[in-house]
Design a protein around this ligand. Structure first.
Ligand code: SF4
Length: 255
């Protein structure tokens, strides 16, 4: 088995071990929110614009079809497809008119997937996907309505991309940029040396604890990744499977 560490499963793991395990073993049980579905479609729409040269009108139309088919396919679908939380058209227009002209397009790589060996003796890899790389650096697109907070601009995701860029190309990126699609603004990530050190420690510790979790899970199922119930459950896409398994496990004990 390969063990993957990504920005999302790093955060999952440290907020709730079980949530991390579900993401690895039961991804299909995930119930994305409408915001997650919307963000996924917008990212794909921008990729199509960049790689297939389609017009924004065509991509908007495609996005609405994707939205309808994604929502219709959900088992929570109750006969009414919700409206997208934001306009696809405005989001794409903002990208095309405000962000696109500020890119150099030199050496642009769209949706760069990476899988970097971290500890080959234990099959541990750091994985992820950068929305765009070019000579100006790494770009990440965000489809939220609100502009980023100071904390958003220090997300571990950006430090992981910087680390990954160095491993892939032997140098740090020229810059790391948070692209706020709704406003068409680009925010530069100010890299803090202490957080660079923290990431190195975090990767070492996570690799160790995750790996041990999988070993414990194999030796005694149910012991590798304990639940951490709390406020984080409110936004957890695995609430359904988690609550069901918890109920079934308790029912077996009571009998
Ligand atoms: S619902 Fe809560 S306890 Fe269950 S996996 Fe999600 S975060 Fe963890």
């Amino acid at each position: 088995m390969d063990y993957h560490i990504s920005a999302s499963n790093l955060k999952d793991f440290w907020s709730c071990n079980k949530r991390y395990q579900y993401r690895i073993t039961s991804a299909r049980a995930s119930k994305p929110t409408i915001y997650m579905t919307y963000g996924k479609i917008v990212h794909e729409g921008i990729e199509i614009f960049e790689t297939e040269g389609k017009s924004m009108e065509q991509i908007t139309e495609w996005s609405l079809e994707e939205w309808n088919s994604d929502n219709a396919a959900r088992d929570s679908f109750l006969g009414k497809i919700p409206k997208p939380p934001r306009s696809f058209k405005n989001m794409y227009r903002s990208y095309e008119e405000k962000i696109y002209p500020n890119l150099t397009h030199k050496g642009a790589i769209i949706e760069k997937l990476f899988k970097i060996p971290f500890d080959e003796s234990r099959n541990i890899y750091v994985v992820g996907k950068m929305d765009r790389i070019e000579d100006l650096g790494v770009f990440d697109w965000k489809s939220g309505a609100k502009p980023p907070s100071a904390h958003d601009l220090q997300d571990v995701q950006f430090y992981l991309y910087r680390w990954a860029h160095n491993k892939l190309y032997g140098q740090h990126p020229e810059g790391i940029h948070y692209g706020h699609l709704a406003s068409g603004k680009l925010y530069n990530i100010e890299v803090k040396p202490t957080l660079v050190d923290d990431l190195e420690v975090l990767l070492d510790k996570t690799a160790e604890v995750m790996y041990n979790g999988w070993q414990d899970e194999e030796a005694r199922p149910g012991t590798g990744f304990p639940r951490i119930k709390g406020y984080q459950c409110n936004r957890c896409p695995f609430q359904g499977i988690c609550d069901r398994e918890l109920y079934e496990s308790d029912s077996r004990r009571i009998r």
